[in-house]
Design a binder for this molecule. Structure first.
Ligand code: ATP
Length: 585
């Protein structure tokens, strides 16, 4: 097939913004495409040379791209630069330049889809020394052989911005129209969601029609598109929607990870199907230690934790890892992660996506032996609103974002790539913030880990209950200490060290060291929550729960001017908690 047929179809597609028109134009194009070239045409139409999860990216630095346009056309370089400054689109620059092309050699080759695809693939795959020069030459050669319209789309493909505005689902519709009946489009979508490879789906359809899609199977190493959730505003509504009884799980706030495990090899994919195995060598190790089966595809949420307090940290902490291929060792120690697994999609040759959620969960717990770093998500099956609300509160206290309710019915299949009422999320849709700092008393200490080995890793902090004359724990403080302060802590605290808990301290937590309540530090937290472990205002707001400060940070202020009895009181903590609630009403 000539590349010009493709380029002309793209011109028409670009000219319309109507999805139906676009679909028909695509279906027409696919109808004209020889079977053997179907896969290439679909990748090119998506502006790619391979499915997303292969990670083969096009792209060339601006300077080199402009140089290639010059090499391929011999149009004055200053003119090329002028177009570039004016248009900012490599496609338009290539179109103009090729239109004024000076003949640079006698031989031009007419461009076929195969030639363009293979050249783009070579460009995307080139690496190592001399690769930039090679990419530039290959691109220049394509431009040399192309007409203006062809040059426009080749250059845009090169830049990784085809700008046709075609959504994946428009391609699915067009493929269904071209090769199956329109009413079978869901079959096409299902195949795509399973293999995440539109080119493959198109090839199978073109070669064998709808029956070809039976060949699309879940494969270890090929990510599935993630199942998504709906949302509802209250727990009773959620339970009702899910048939009166359902599973609730903590909603962890991290990075969704689909792990493919086979013969000791582990590959990790994100929700965008990006392969992040290289960025998370620690996760690979942790999973290898916890996994007890032969092969599987499991899904979970990767959450950053503070190694010294054990607290789950905001997701942004882990986003440092994305795209960062260097300094991995420091990223791994600075931002350690945990993995909370919540699904098992495949195990030992069996595709589990067509089985119920309770069955998949059973398979998951069967192949994972929990470790310090790898856990199976917290889980509760209930038909009771109150029990579910308590579970939700616990999720928040433990650093979760809320809960995800999941259907446990016979038909609670894993629906790859679709958003449905099988999973319903319930988050706190408010942001409560602690505006004021508090002054807390150090009553305990935890031995440091990682960079803090041999020093204090975190401190157990308390508020002062005037009525009982007791120091009640309210948080584990590990952030905000600079190296200087860390080094100074033993001098500051060791003179107050005790063998056991001080009699004026009320704690359920067991730190590694106890201190007499003497030292007061200023702390800023994100919010006050209820907690089953901390003793501040215990059972005053809710039975068997105290108040806790989430995401505490030492502000750097040592309150030498304050006696422990002048520290923030439990009463003040209760007031602050109630004020927070009022703000939310
Ligand atoms: P959406 O996924 O609905 O498009 P979003 O990206 O904002 O929106 P969230 O609101 O964060 O997603 O909720 C869904 C995400 O929650 C999932 O994609 C998954 O990454 C995460 N998650 C955390 N815990 C769980 C769990 N126990 N089960 C399923 N997903 C979970």
């Amino acid at each position: 097939m000539d590349y010009i047929t493709l380029a002309e179809a793209y011109e028409k597609i670009e000219a319309t913004s109507k999805r139906l028109e676009m679909t028909d134009l695509l279906a027409e194009l696919f109808g004209q495409t020889p079977k053997e070239e179907m896969e290439l045409v679909v990748y090119l139409t998506l502006g790619r040379v391979a499915p997303d999860f292969k990670g083969i990216e096009l792209g060339l630095a601006e300077k080199l791209a402009l140089k290639a346009i010059y090499e391929g056309t011999r149009v004055d370089e200053s003119q090329i630069r002028e177009w570039w400054i004016k248009e900012g689109d490599l496609g338009t620059v290539a179109f103009e330049a090729v239109g004024q092309k000076k003949q640079t050699s006698l031989f031009t080759e007419s461009l076929s889809v195969g030639i363009v695809f293979n050249s783009l693939l070579d460009i995307a795959s080139a690496s190592g020394s001399g690769s930039q020069e090679l990419k530039m030459k290959l691109f220049a050669k394509l431009l040399h052989d192309s007409s203006p319209v062809e040059a426009k789309y080749i250059a845009r493909s090169m830049a990784g911005k085809l700008r046709l505005g075609i959504a994946d689902m428009t391609l699915v519709d067009a493929l269904a129209i071209a090769f199956a009946k329109k009413e079978n489009r869901d079959e096409v979508e299902k195949a795509y969601n399973t293999c995440s490879d539109m080119g493959k789906v198109a090839r199978l359809l073109a070669e064998k029609g709808l029956t070809g899609l039976e060949e699309v199977k879940l494969e270890v190493g090929v990510p599935l598109r993630a199942m998504l959730c709906e949302r509802l505003p209250s727990i009773p509504e959620i339970i009702e929607k899910l048939g009166g009884k359902c599973a609730f799980e903590y909603k962890y706030d991290g990075l969704r990870i689909q792990a493919h495990i086979k013969e000791g090899q582990i590959e990790l994919f994100t929700r965008q199907l990006e392969n992040v195995t290289v960025q998370f060598p620690d996760l690979v190790k942790m999973l290898a230690a916890a996994f007890k089966g032969k092969e599987a595809v499991v899904e979970g949420e990767c959450v950053p934790v503070d190694i010294n307090t054990g607290e789950m940290l905001p997701f942004q902490t882990v986003s440092h890892r994305r795209g960062r291929k260097y300094e991995l060792t420091s990223a791994v120690t600075e931002f350690p992660v945990m993995l909370f697994l919540f699904d098992c999609l495949y195990q030992d040759g069996e595709d589990l996506t067509h089985t119920s959620y309770p069955n998949r969960r059973e398979k998951l717990t069967g192949c994972i032996q929990e470790t310090e770093h790898v856990k199976v998500s917290e889980y509760l099956i209930t038909d009771d609103d109150v029990e579910a609300e308590l579970f939700f509160n616990r999720a928040i206290e433990r650093g979760g974002e809320g809960v995800i309710a999941k259907s446990i019915g016979e038909d609670s299949f894993y629906r790859a790539g679709s958003r449905g009422w099988q999973w319903i999320k319930f988050k706190r849709d408010y942001k409560s913030e602690m505006t004021d700092t508090v002054d807390l008393v150090v009553v305990g200490g935890f031995a440091g880990r990682g960079r803090r080995a041999g020093a204090y890793g975190a401190l157990l902090m308390a508020s002062y209950n005037k009525e009982d004359d007791k120091f009640e724990t309210v948080t584990k403080l590990g952030s905000g200490f600079d190296d200087e302060m860390l080094a100074a802590l033993p001098d500051l605290l060791d003179e107050h060290k005790l063998e056991k808990m001080h009699k004026r301290v009320n704690s359920q937590m067991m730190p590694d060291y106890w201190f007499a309540p003497e030292v007061v530090l200023e702390v800023k937290g994100a919010e006050i929550t209820l907690s089953p472990i901390h003793t501040c205002g215990f059972s005053l707001i809710r039975k068997n729960a105290g108040l806790a400060i989430r995401f505490p940070r030492y502000t750097g202020k040592l309150r030498k001017d304050k006696r422990p009895e002048d520290a923030t009181s439990t009463e003040e903590m209760l007031d602050m908690y109630n004020m927070q609630l009022k703000k939310l009403e």
